[in-house]
Write a protein that binds this ligand. Sequence first.
Ligand SMILES: Nc1ncnc2c1ncn2[C@@H]1O[C@H](COP(=O)(O)OP(=O)(O)OP(=O)(O)O)[C@@H](O)[C@H]1O
Ligand SMILES: [Mg+2]
Length: 299
Amino acid sequence: MGLSENQKKLIQSISQNDIIAAKKCAIACVVEDTTSKNSWFCNKYKTILESSGNNMIELPHDLKNILCVEDVSNSFKEGRYYLSVRESAVFDNIIRMKKVNEKLMEMGIPYLNSTLLYGESGTGKTTFGRYIAYKTGLPFCYLKFSDLVDSYMGSTSKNISKAFSYAISNPCVFMLDEIDCISIRRSSSGSGSSGELARITITMMQELDKLTNDIIIIGATNRKDRIDEALLRRFSLKHEVSVLDKKEKIEMVHQYLLDIRMNFPEFEISKLVNNIENQSILLNELIRMIALKIAEQVA
Ligand SMILES: Nc1ncnc2c1ncn2[C@@H]1O[C@H](COP(=O)(O)OP(=O)(O)OP(=O)(O)O)[C@@H](O)[C@H]1O
Ligand SMILES: [Mg+2]
């Protein structure tokens, strides 16, 4: 039997030292093999290849330290993501607006499909952005303002413009994370760094106004109160992502365990969710519990 197209592409990518492309081809190879004799091997390596986190899309040199663009189609684990009823409604709205936007674009009417997520740390704002990218099949284009301001204060406006130029020519889910880092209310700005931050906020608003309809904007912050009113108005929907209640936390744990085909007694799950503040800590504690159980089995 000759080489398949995917196997040929795999060999080609390796010979070009293109590890990202090679991983994609390797995944395609294990997916195309449906023989039962290889099923264990294929499942094992599909999981490993998909979770290796190397799904970054190559960017032009001048954008490499500014923007991250990821193909989440293989890396996002939908079965382990708990979508609450509240975020499900937001998701439906974003998808509806995507369709509306396509119609508006045909009529030459610009409109931003923009949602601002706010709420405490660890409640899943960034993860929700990745989920939208996964469900829409769009690349996840990620701009984190805390990094941008820390390392490039002097040239932040220029870098924001560069990132937006990329997004405008590549339909994507464009996540503007931790936007409170740049956007302070302009009335409270003065000279020095706060004056610079106010100028950066204006740049960002100008860039948002240039965006085309086929981009989905997701902003995130845990300090909505710090954000300039005019910038807030650029977000058509503002949604608070809250800490899950006890019942939802239990459902989240069950869903995760189902995905990895593992079981824990109900009283242990109940003990786990009690006194846990948010989704992030819950997930970390659950993984610790899973690791301990595996450690017992391998001992
Ligand atoms: N609904 C969820 N289902 C499964 N895992 C979740 C969920 N929400 C959050 N997590 C997990 O919790 C961790 C933290 O989530 P995330 O970084 O999205 O929170 P955040 O709200 O963006 O926090 P911060 O404000 O600190 O940036 C991630 O590892 C994520 O996988
Ligand atoms: Mg976040």
